[in-house]
Write a protein that binds this ligand. Structure first.
Ligand code: F0G
Length: 450
């Protein structure tokens, strides 16, 4: 196994350190407090390699003992609630100590909803709803860890490029840490809820005249030249936090592995994080087999899905266009790591059309659960796999809903109030101040429903 393929630190590596940052490309190790956004030698992406957790006798911790520790362990926050990220501190950032900046976050539910299962054709479908995080998306799990690292390294400012959720999350955590936040978003392409949050939490917001891929290039250059700490998902500590989506859902399933784990994919940070979480959980004996990881892209932003059909022979990029603005990304940054995640898990990559995304969102919303458009790609992906016979009756499937329904209110208002061709439109009805008017509306609704 090459040096950069190892899962945990060897006994004699990096003495005195809990974790190192290792370059994916050249295998060089960097101190865990090095704040470089990429390998200072070759520019490769950095990954965190931890020392495997030990028991009180200094021997490798047994899986049952680790599971017990994860169930017990919580960082006491002022609110008294445990964090669904820091509960897994030993495999996320063991040396965080007092620097932890947490809301708390995580502890998101695993839902089962008959309406969504029936629509997707999958009885065993569970929805891991990351929209229940404090800023309404899964980004908070990576951001609590990335911001904690910013505090540990004494960062004077933090920055990210974003399609909206990362910027909302960064703005919130930067405010909590008391560090100035700077966000780069594509002008005119960020959903209303995300933009409102970012402004409210007080980040300096740059509306870049370009797309997300331009924003990511610009923030990388700016952070290198201006010494600002980069908090995009290529930040290796963000990846550590996002691993806890997988750890937490496995814990919720009593460490029984689902057959399929399905998630929306844009910049591929989450796909990469899921792959790392599963490799580590397997190496620690927490699980004994891998679920098949399924990354779902929007058809208009699907370079990874296209490359998958050709066995990832080439790295592709496209000019991205989709109604799901969160995953409107044409040149995903965590490509190689995501390829590894798909290969390690005998995984799949799909694309779904904007129509399929809207259909899935209508079902999730009408079940009273709700999610943002990009999140619904995972449910649309499940339906596609059921129809093609890949997911079979009896399979246990977890679809990740990555963001809250209120992230994109503009789209909801358009669908329900403005568009004439939307079959599921739930139009509000304006009435006079009279019970008679209420009765008329109810009677009409009953007739329409009959
Ligand atoms: N779902 C939502 C709601 C997202 O906001 C994102 C990414 C994804 C899925 C895709 O995750 O990039 O790790 O493959 N949003 C980023 C952002 C790009 O800036 O908020 P990914």
């Amino acid at each position: 196994m090459a040096a950069n393929d190892s899962i945990f630190l060897g006994a004699h590596e990096a003495p005195g350190q809990h974790s190192v940052q290792r370059c994916d490309a050249c295998g060089a190790d960097w101190h865990e407090l090095d704040a470089s956004p990429a390998c200072p030698h070759c520019g490769g992406l950095l990954a965190i390699i931890h020392r495997a957790p030990l028991d009180s006798m200094g021997a490798p911790a047994a899986p049952a003992a680790l599971q017990h520790a994860f169930a017990q362990h919580c960082c006491a926050r002022p609110s008294g609630h445990p964090s669904g990220v820091w509960r897994f501190e030993q495999v996320v950032m063991p040396a965080a100590g007092a620097a932890i900046t947490s809301h708390p976050e995580g502890n998101t539910p695993l839902l089962s909803r008959a309406r969504v299962s029936a629509w997707a054709g999958c009885d065993g479908l569970l929805l891991k709803h990351e929209g229940y995080n404090p800023t309404g998306s899964f980004k908070d799990r990576g951001m609590t860890v990335g911001t904690t690292q910013a505090v540990r390294t004494g960062a004077t400012a933090v920055a990210c490029a974003s399609t909206g959720n990362t910027s909302a999350s960064l703005a919130s955590y930067a405010a909590q840490a008391g560090i100035p936040g700077l966000v780069f978003v594509p002008a005119g392409k960020v959903a209303l809820g995300k933009m409102a949050q970012t402004l409210a939490y007080g980040a300096t917001t740059l509306l870049v005249r370009g797309d997300f891929d331009d924003c990511l290039r610009l923030v990388q250059d700016a952070s290198r030249e201006l010494g600002i700490y980069l908090l995009n998902s290529i930040n290796p500590w963000r990846v550590e936090g996002q691993k806890t989506i997988v750890l937490e859902l496995l814990q919720q399933m009593d460490w029984h592995v689902p057959d399929f784990l399905v998630l929306p994919a844009g910049n591929l940070g989450n796909t990469a994080a899921f792959g790392k979480a599963l490799r580590e959980a397997h190496a620690l004996g927490l699980i004994h087999r891998m679920p098949r990881l399924v990354s779902v892209q929007a058809a208009g932003a699907a370079p990874f899905a296209t490359a998958f059909r050709d066995s990832f022979r080439e790295r592709l990029r496209v000019q991205a266009e989709t109604i799901a603005t969160a995953i409107r990304i044409g040149d995903p940054a965590s490509w190689d790591r995501a390829v590894r995640a798909i290969r390690d898990t005998n995984g799949l990559v799909l694309s779904v059309t904007d129509e399929e995304i809207i259909d899935a969102k209508v079902q999730v919303d009408a079940a009273g659960v709700g999610c943002e458009p990009a999140s619904a790609a995972s449910v649309a992906g499940v339906r596609q796999l059921v129809r093609s016979g890949v997911i079979r009756s009896g399979d246990r499937v977890v679809a990740v809903l990555t963001g809250h329904v209120l992230k994109d209110p503009g789209m909801l208002v358009e669908l329900h109030q403005q568009r004439d061709d939307f079959a599921h439109a739930n139009r509000p009805v304006e009435i006079e101040v009279s019970v008679r008017a209420v009765a008329d509306v109810l009677a009409r609704r009953t007739r329409e429903g009959a």
